[in-house]
Write a protein that binds this ligand. Structure first.
Ligand code: GTP
Ligand code: MG
Length: 295
C-alpha cells in the first residue's frame, strides 16, 4: 500500500503548501503563512507554535529540505515507539468503542483479517444490539473474510453477547476475541454506563479481560474529536486509539495533536474503505508519507 498516495490530501495541505511558501524565500510573511497552513492541517495551536518556534530559530538557508527536516523532526519527536499491542494471553480480548459511524465495525473486520493473515484465529462478537443491521454487517464481513462471528439479536443485552463470545473463544482455543459495540455519544449517560457494564462483564467471563480497549476516532473530525475522546476515557480505561478515514481528510495534522493530548498509543489508522485499508501506525512512516521526499 502506498501510504503517501492514501494520505495525499493531508500531504497536499501541509507539505505542498508549505513548500510553496518557503520556496518564495523568507520574509516577514513567511511564518505567518506557515502558521495558517499548520493550523489548517489541524495541528492545533500549541503544536503550531512549537513548529513555528523551531522554524524561527533554525531556518537559515532557503533550501527545500531544511524546513522539511525541521518539521519532520519536530513531529516525529511527538510520537514515541509503542510496545506491541497484543497481550500474551489467550484469548486476547479487545473491546472496540467510539461514537456513531466512527468506523468501529470496519476496523474490527480489517483488524481481524490482519490477525488472521498473521496465523491467528479470531472470533468477532457483536455487542451492538441497537442497530437492526449491526449484526448482519459484522456477519457479512465474517463471511467475506472467513472469520467466525457471534451475532446477536436486536434489543438483547450487549453484556450477554460479550460473555458468550469470550466463553466460546476460551472453549475453542481462539487467539483473539474482538467485541464490537454500538456507537454512542459520551453525553448519553445511560449508554455510557452500559458500556462500562460490558467492560465489567468481560472481566467476569475472563480475568483481566478486556485486555485492550480501542477507541475509534473519525479522522475527518480532526481535533474536534478530542473532548469526546476524553469523555470516553472517563468512563472506560481506553488503552489504544484507532484513527480512521485519514484518506478523506486534509486534517492529518490532528494525529499529532491526539497523540500529544490523549497520551495513548495510536495503534492503527484507516486509510480507505477496503478490507486492507488499515495499517499499524508508525510515527516515522506517517511523517515521511505527509512530509518526506519530493512532490
Ligand atoms: N474512506 C474511509 N472510510 C471508512 C474508513 N473506515 C470506515 N469507513 C467508512 O465509514 C462508514 C462507517 O463505518 P462503520 O465501521 O460502520 O462505523 P461504526 O463505527 O461501526 O458505525 P456504528 O456502528 O453505526 O456506530 C462506512 O461506510 C465505512 O466504509 C476509512 O479508513 N476510510
Ligand atoms: Mg458498527
Amino acid at each position: 500500500m502506498n501510504l503517501r498516495e492514501k494520505l495525499k490530501k493531508s500531504r497536499f495541505a501541509l507539505s505542498r503548501k508549505l513548500g510553496e511558501v518557503f520556496g518564495k524565500g523568507l520574509d516577514e510573511n513567511t511564518l505567518e503563512l506557515a502558521e495558517e497552513i499548520l493550523l489548517a492541517s489541524d495541528l492545533g495551536w500549541e503544536l503550531t507554535e512549537l513548529v513555528l518556534d523551531r522554524f524561527n530559530k533554525e531556518f537559515k538557508i532557503n533550501s527545500d529540505s531544511q524546513w522539511k527536516n525541521i518539521l519532520a523532526n519536530t513531529l516525529e519527536e511527538l510520537i514515541p515507539e509503542y510496545d506491541p499491542w497484543v497481550p500474551s494471553v489467550k484469548p486476547a480480548v479487545t473491546m472496540v468503542v467510539g461514537v456513531n459511524g466512527a468506523g468501529k465495525t470496519t476496523t474490527i473486520a480489517r483488524l481481524s483479517q490482519m490477525l488472521k493473515k498473521d496465523g491467528k484465529s479470531v472470533l468477532m462478537g457483536c455487542a451492538d444490539t441497537y442497530r437492526a443491521a449491526a449484526s448482519e454487517q459484522l456477519a457479512l464481513w465474517g463471511e467475506r473474510l472467513d472469520i467466525e462471528v457471534l451475532t446477536s439479536i436486536e434489543g438483547t443485552d450487549p453484556g450477554a453477547v460479550t460473555f458468550d463470545s469470550i466463553k466460546r473463544a476460551q472453549s475453542n482455543s481462539f487467539d483473539h476475541v474482538i467485541i464490537d459495540t454500538a456507537g454512542r455519544l459520551p453525553t448519553q449517560k445511560g449508554l455510557m454506563n452500559e458500556l462500562s457494564k460490558v467492560y465489567r462483564v468481560a472481566g467476569k467471563a475472563m480475568e483481566g479481560a478486556p485486555h485492550r480497549v480501542l477507541l475509534v476516532l473519525d479522522g475527518t473530525v480532526g481535533q474536534n474529536a478530542l473532548p469526546q475522546a476524553q469523555q470516553f476515557m472517563e468512563f472506560l480505561p481506553v488503552t489504544d486509539l484507532v484513527i480512521t478515514k485519514l484518506d478523506g481528510t486534509a486534517k492529518g495534522g490532528s494525529v499529532f495533536a491526539m497523540a500529544r493530548e490523549l497520551k495513548l498509543p495510536i495503534r492503527f489508522i484507516g486509510v480507505g474503505e477496503g478490507a486492507n485499508d488499515i495499517i499499524p501506525f508508525n510515527g516515522r512512516k506517517f511523517v515521511e508519507a505527509i512530509i518526506g521526499g519530493n512532490d
